[in-house]
Design a protein. Structure first.
Length: 507
């Protein structure tokens, strides 16, 4: 496959910036959906008569299908064509959202959520890999990934605002119906505007054993963490799921090393820069997801904020993320090695998280929560931006879909781990505080609130440590130079030569 096949003589696609609008819109819809449903869940549960025990399945059904099928979705994009996969994913996601909004009972709702996950797993890797193959000039690539990174990071907080508005002023069904206009506009735009570069397909036969092992292994892993949150870490099913996921994923790696056309070519993972990105990003998402959860609880339950007010309280983080991603990350990415953006970015986010360990019942929003969120947003935006670009930088065009899927997989698995792990830490700290202080309590309601805040701050300390670990991984694993020059997909045998040859900037 020659370089000219990847980028015809006509030069870069004239419609690439228009295409970015529709790709970004689709990405925003997928990221919004991750948080918007959380806000609507209590109302939906009541309306549809879903039991407390089954409530978590509204979130879990989506997470399992999405997380489990991402690698398969990435490979389908490489095989079938990214544009076709992208449009199919959008149409399917819209149909599944319509089904969820019209749900008349528990089974219909859970089925719709699983379907959303399936089509989301087609859509997300196709979107990122389209960017990777359409934007080959380093400066343009930096801008495009800056916008994409800001949406990937800030979209969750936008979901909290939108979810609050829709739930409070319309009803929970609109948190599903709102996806339909997003999907229709993005699908129509993509159909007419996106022109995928020629020669980037991977037409090798599909690796069926790899698909089965990776899907089952990831589903077992995500379900294990979800189950741990509700039933405890020593629960027999939880332990079985973790053991099964280790066995299945180990078998998957062995299979991929041996088959002729692997689902996930190990060259995508073993290149140290990409490996460092997947690992540091997955860890950072663990910390972020936990924070969204605890800050939402703290503001609504302890502070008594309405859903809409809670959503707006997250605005400083969105502003920080957009600024970090488009103004710091995108501007410096072509001049500074990625590790000098990612490591300080994660450390700045850790300092913001450290401030939040000081939360108390009477904590001032402006005095502590606002500056902490700004630091978190700036740090995460600055780190996410080069990470998103580096994850697909220098990868062979035929592997772009799978490399993109790995970014989404590390985020999805990180989110599932973050929610379960930090929730469990918070719950046990809350219980311990209640046990220690129950005897001398005069105001049970105040004690309960203090115990909750104690739980949140204990978990946030762990999130600080996780972000510091992300910074260390980024600083040590990622050794490539700045992403200046043209970053067309490599045409080398191992898919990584292109990165190694970039001159490292003196620093």
């Amino acid at each position: 496959m020659s370089q000219t096949a990847l980028r015809p003589d006509t030069g870069p696609d004239a419609n690439r910036w228009k295409a970015l609008v529709f790709i970004a819109l689709a990405q925003l819809m997928v990221v919004l959906d991750a948080t918007i449903v959380n806000i609507a869940l209590p109302s939906a549960q009541q309306d549809l008569g879903i039991s407390d025990g089954n409530r978590q399945w509204v979130i879990t059904a989506y997470a399992l299908a999405f997380g489990g099928l991402l690698l398969f979705g990435g490979r389908i994009a490489d095989l079938w064509g990214r544009k076709r996969t992208f449009v199919t994913g959008l149409v399917g996601f819209a149909a599944a959202s319509a089904l969820g909004g019209a749900a008349t009972g528990e089974a219909m709702m859970l089925g719709a959520r699983a379907l959303q996950g399936v089509f989301g797993a087609l859509l997300a890797p196709a979107a990122l890999s389209l960017l990777a193959v359409m934007f080959t000039d380093a400066k343009e690539r930096a801008k495009a990934f800056g916008i994409y990174g800001a949406i990937a990071g800030g979209g969750g907080a936008v979901g909290l605002i939108l979810g609050g508005f829709l739930t409070e002023y319309l009803n929970w069904r609109w948190t599903f119906f709102v996806n339909i206009p997003f999907a229709v506009i993005a699908a129509l735009g993509a159909y007419f505007v996106i022109r995928e570069p020629a020669g980037g397909r991977n037409r090798s036969p599909l690796d069926i054993p790899g698909v089965v092992l990776s899907t089952l292994g990831l589903v077992a892993l995500v379900y294990g963490f979800t189950r741990a949150e509700s039933d405890g870490w020593s629960d027999a099913v939880t332990v079985t799921m973790f053991v099964a996921s280790v066995v299945l994923l180990a078998a998957f790696v062995l299979t991929e090393a041996k088959v002729k056309s692997p689902l996930l070519p190990l060259r995508v993972l073993t290149e140290r820069n990409r490996g460092g990105v997947y690992l540091s990003l997955g860890l950072a998402v663990i910390a972020m997801f936990g924070l969204f959860l605890f800050l939402t609880y703290y503001l609504q339950i302890v502070k008594g904020y309405s859903p809409v007010k809670t959503g707006f309280a997250f605005l400083p983080m969105i502003v920080g993320m957009i600024t970090g991603s488009t103004q710091i990350g995108a501007r410096l990415m072509t001049r500074v090695p990625p590790r000098l953006l990612m490591a300080p970015g994660f450390l700045l986010a850790a300092v913001g998280m450290l401030l939040l360990t000081q939360l108390e019942i009477g904590t001032s929003y402006a005095g502590l929560i606002l500056p902490a969120q700004l630091m978190l947003g700036l740090g995460m935006g600055t780190a996410f931006m080069p990470a998103m670009s580096l994850a697909t930088h220098g990868v062979e065009a035929r592997d772009a879909g799978v490399a993109s899927a790995m970014v989404n997989t590390s985020q999805q698995v990180g989110g599932a781990i973050g929610t379960a792990l930090l929730n469990t830490i918070a719950a046990s700290a809350t219980t311990a505080y209640l046990t220690d202080h129950a005897a001398g309590a005069t105001n049970p309601k105040l004690l309960q609130a203090q115990a909750m805040v104690e739980g949140y701050t204990s978990a946030i300390w762990w999130a600080v440590g996780i972000l510091v670990a992300s910074a260390l991984i980024a600083a040590t694993f990622i050794t490539t130079g700045h992403q200046g020059g043209t970053s067309a997909p490599a045409d080398s045998s191992d898919g990584a030569e292109d990165e190694v040859k970039i001159p490292v900037m003196a620093h």
